[in-house]
Design a protein around this ligand. Structure first.
Ligand code: ADP
Length: 572
């Protein structure tokens, strides 16, 4: 619509140019014509005045002659006028017309008030240009006084039709008009050529822009005739070349990303702020049984997207599937990228494994307890070699019971975070339960366990039974691996955390072993650990419990001098 109404650059320039030329031509012609006309009129007026003066001696002669009469004068005027090519009128002192070459003086009105006549009676030549209402034509008048013996006796007036004079101008005007027309045609034609030279390169640029808009990335502007156009065209071409390269790179990287996306086992979806799916790969469709044509997502999934406080990763269920997801925001857009993985098999497998471990541990506990019971009964009755064998059996039974118990604890902990019963516990209460457990062994080994600068008046957010288990494990290890010196237990706070430290003066742990110390079944010295009844699971359990409480554990040690186990638990 706009396109149809908007004129082209060529027609705009041409139209403007033609108007200017036309105005200049018409203006110039008008000025020339009026100048010519007024010069003509002036010239005619001069001629008329001269003619009037030429008549004055004749008038004087006639007035002075003895046979002077009005009729004679009138016939004289009628004789002279055709030769002079003007109308001649003689006006008496009273303003009455005495003689006239065109009309009967008797029929003519008094001329006293005529401008040129008044001037002539005042002794100077008078002129006037008037439109004659009666004749309907423009007339020129010149009047001069006729003086006899220093007094003005009459006025001679000559007059003519100015249009007849103007008619003489007509061939000149015609010629001028013809020349102007030719000049106008040449100007318009050259204007057309100039306009084309300006407009063509511009329309070439517009054409290139339009082709690019329609997707022709190879379109380039042609060079023109002017420096400005060439500079514009080369800048445009450079920009277009860069854009083409950029778009090519983008589309390559886009196809690469698409291929990566499609080849992924994980279901990937990009979700907008208002839960619309902007992008999804085939794995996502397979995972959520979405047909290719479908854009609507199952409500289970959209509700997951809509949760304001959705965690960065988690587990959700869809139909019979267990699906692990993780999400990350797309910076600057408000969209989210979700990654989904079907973990049904893994979850079921680990559940089976946990159940199996739990069942086996449970089933083993009964026969082991029976073996231990019967063994202890027998130990008092059997002497000698058999007694020693029984002691070995009992020691190994104890190890087996500890192992089964640790495995069961670990599988309980791994079953999920809800194994904890969090409450607010005073630290003093924990110490008063745990410390007495070691009194006998500490005295037996001659290694005191002391509370140093312990802030026992704080409370922590913890599962009482599990946190006691942590202290028991760490103090038990310290006692086990320390032969002389002492064990110190410290408690302090750091911000929202309670910090506990269990340090010993034992044999310490080598730097190589430290990173692996919290792994399951990791023991530094297997034979010694076995002798001590260790399972290699204590520290693994300890770390799990602390981390489930939201705390951390670390160890620092100097071989031969001792170790320090530091852990944190949130204060309540
Ligand atoms: P274990 O039941 O064998 O003690 P843990 O998981 O409790 O198993 O400990 C793993 C290993 O870490 C132990 O075998 C031991 O070598 C080392 N360890 C743990 N605590 C200490 C300590 N206080 N001093 C020296 N070594 C230690």
């Amino acid at each position: 619509m706009i396109r149809a109404k908007t004129p082209s650059l060529l027609s705009s320039i041409l139209r403007g140019y033609t108007w200017v030329i036309l105005l200049i031509t018409v203006g110039t012609s008008a000025v020339i014509f009026t100048t010519f006309r007024s010069a003509f009129r002036e010239r005619a007026m001069e001629d008329l005045t001269r003619s009037a003066y030429a008549l004055v001696p004749m008038m004087q002669n006639h007035i002075n002659s003895s046979s002077a009469s009005t009729s004679r004068l009138d016939s004289l005027v009628n004789t002279v006028a055709p030769n002079m090519g003007t109308r001649i009128t003689v006006i008496g002192r009273d303003g009455s017309v005495i003689a006239d070459s065109e009309k009967d003086p008797g029929e003519m009105e008094n001329h006293r008030t005529r401008v040129e006549v008044i001037a002539a009676f005042n002794g100077i030549s008078g002129h006037s240009v008037r439109f004659s209402e009666t004749l309907g034509r423009e007339m020129l008048y010149a009047a001069v006084p006729v003086t006899v013996e220093d007094s003005i006796v009459a006025v001679v007036r000559t007059s003519l039709f100015f249009d007849s004079y103007s008619a003489a101008m007509s061939p000149i005007v015609k010629e001028m008009f013809f020349i102007i027309l030719i000049a106008l045609a040449i100007a318009v034609f050259s204007g057309l050529i100039i306009s084309r030279r300006i407009a063509n390169p511009m329309s070439n640029l517009a054409d290139v822009a339009d082709r690019v808009r329609r997707g022709d990335l190879g379109a380039r502007a042609a060079p023109g005739h002017t420096r400005e156009h060439n500079s514009l065209a080369s800048s445009l071409n450079e920009t277009l070349a860069k854009n083409e390269e950029l778009i090519h790179d983008l589309s390559t990287s886009n196809s690469r990303n698409r291929a990566i996306l499609q080849s992924m086992v994980e279901g990937i979806a990009v979700i907008s702020k208002d839960s619309r799916v902007l992008l999804m790969n085939d794995s996502f469709k397979t995972l959520f049984n979405i047909r290719n044509s479908e854009r609507e997502l199952p409500t289970e999934i959209t509700t997951l997207f809509q949760q304001a406080d959705i965690s960065p990763e988690g587990i959700t269920r869809y139909e019979s599937k267990i699906i692990a997801y993780s999400q990350a925001p797309v910076e600057g857009s408000g969209d989210f990228v979700f990654s989904f993985r079907d973990v049904t098999k893994e979850v079921l497998l680990s559940e089976m494994k946990r159940n199996f471990v739990s069942n086996v541990s449970h089933e083993l506990r009964t026969p082991l307890t029976a073996i231990k019971g019967y063994g202890e009964t027998l130990k008092d009755e059997v002497k000698g070699e058999s007694h020693r064998y029984l002691e070995v059996i009992l020691r190994n039974t104890d190890r087996l019971i500890a192992l089964v118990s640790d495995i069961q604890t670990l599988s309980e902990i791994e079953s999920g975070a809800d194994f904890l019963r969090i409450e607010s516990i005073p630290v003093s209460e924990i110490f008063s339960t745990v410390m007495p457990l070691f009194t006998a062994r500490s005295e037996e080994k001659g290694i005191p366990i002391v509370l140093v600068q312990a802030k026992t008046d704080i409370k922590i957010k913890a599962d009482c039974y599990r946190i006691e288990q942590v202290f028991v494990n760490l103090i038990d290890n310290a006692l086990k691996y320390t032969d002389s010196g002492s064990i110190e237990v410290r408690a302090s706070t750091r911000g929202e955390l309670a910090v506990f430290a269990i340090s010993d003066t034992g044999r310490g742990i080598s730097q190589e072993a430290i990173p692996r110390i919290f792994e399951r079944f990791f023991v530094v010295d297997r034979s010694r650990s076995r002798k001590m009844g260790g399972t290699g699971l204590g520290l693994a359990i300890t770390r799990h419990i602390i981390e489930a409480h939201g705390g951390t554990i670390s160890v620092s040690s100097t071989p031969g001098q001792g170790s320090i186990f530091l852990f944190t638990i949130p204060v309540s």
